[in-house]
Design a protein around this ligand. Structure first.
Ligand code: Q0Z
Length: 303
């Protein structure tokens, strides 16, 4: 699907050149003393934008960018014994304080590294048709939301903004990055999701699946981008987990519920942009992001 929405216009940041914008984040390069963009670092800026049903909503969620940035930074620390990461510094311009990270610019693998601990979404569709997911055979009788016997690596292609990632056979990952790097990326992705679920289990959150990105430094893999956030992963409330139907999303449940209710006056099949969210839906959604951060980290979120 090609988006009919205008490109997001990122805020100008003195001392940085805008490089690229995703749906909800922006990438900048720091300028050196001569005013040229540095080629060894990037500034990753998380916005308060929210996507739902493949639209960027007009209503920002206050503090979402800061909550997700702080959560990623906390996970990088929790995962430090599993994988090195790209973080250089959180000393960033005041306009983006708390929601930006200066990182080492890496040579990124051309693969979205996905691991699934529970079956849903595209993995479920593949299982129903073929009985396996990304070439890994699975037992019969699994349903939407079932826990998998072991997390499975289900890589996908990196699609341009506005398009969906496509499943990528493991053999294509090997062809793209070599056998050693493919094995290491697969094992690290699964290890990240396992560690994430070990930590989240005590705290009332299930992490159904997650997408991570790796870069290469020499021939070592480095964890880049964001990690184990609600934007890169499916978080489910553990106390409502009930295989057999679509699980409620930890963060976007109120938004989806309201947008699909008669009260919104919106039809997701219409192709029209969704309406502005009511203030109480914005506030309850903000509270879910903060709740995820506080439950997982045991810290209080300070804006
Ligand atoms: C991340 C993305 C966006 C945020 C490129 N350390 C790195 N080195 C080189 N490239 C990247 C990173 Cl993290 C990189 N992305 C995804 C897009 C905002 C992150 F607009 N793209």
């Amino acid at each position: 699907m090609t988006s009919s929405q205008a490109d997001p216009s990122p805020e100008p940041l003195p001392g940085y050149a805008h490089v690229y914008s995703g749906k909800v984040r922006d990438l900048y390069a720091p300028l050196d003393a001569s005013g040229a963009p540095r080629d060894d670092q990037l500034l990753l800026v998380a916005s308060d934008r929210l996507s739902a049903f493949d639209f960027i909503l007009d209503s920002p969620i206050p503090d979402k960018g800061a909550v997700l940035t702080q959560l990623s930074l906390w996970w990088f620390e929790q995962l430090a014994d599993v994988v090195p990461n790209h973080v250089v510094s959180t000393d960033v311009p005041p306009q983006v304080a708390g929601r930006a990270v200066l990182v080492r610019r890496l040579s990124m693998l051309p693969v979205e590294c996905v691991a699934r601990a529970y079956l849903t979404g595209g993995g479920l569709r593949e299982y129903v048709t073929d009985g396996h997911v990304s070439g890994v055979p699975l037992p019969g009788g699994l349903v939407d939301g079932s826990r998998l016997p072991e997390p499975v690596f289900t890589p996908s292609t990196k699609a341009p903004v506005g398009e969906h990632d496509q499943p990528m056979p493991y053999a294509d990952v090997v062809a793209a990055v070599g056998e050693r790097t493919a094995e290491r990326a697969r094992d690290l992705t699964v290890a990240i999701l396992k560690r994430g679920n070990e930590i989240a289990a005590d705290r009332g959150i299930l992490i159904a699946d997650t997408k991570v990105e790796f870069g290469l430094e020499g021939d070592s893999l480095v964890l880049a981008d964001e990690v184990l956030t609600p934007d890169s992963s499916r978080f489910w409330p553990a106390d409502q987990w009930e295989p057999g139907h679509t699980q409620p999303s930890f963060d976007k449940e109120f938004v989806r519920e309201w947008l699909t209710s008669p009260g919104s006056g919106w039809d997701k099949a219409s192709g029209q942009a969704p309406p502005k969210l009511p203030d109480d839906v914005v506030e309850r959604t903000r509270a879910k992001y903060v709740e995820a951060y506080e439950r997982l980290t045991g810290r209080t979120f300070a804006p």
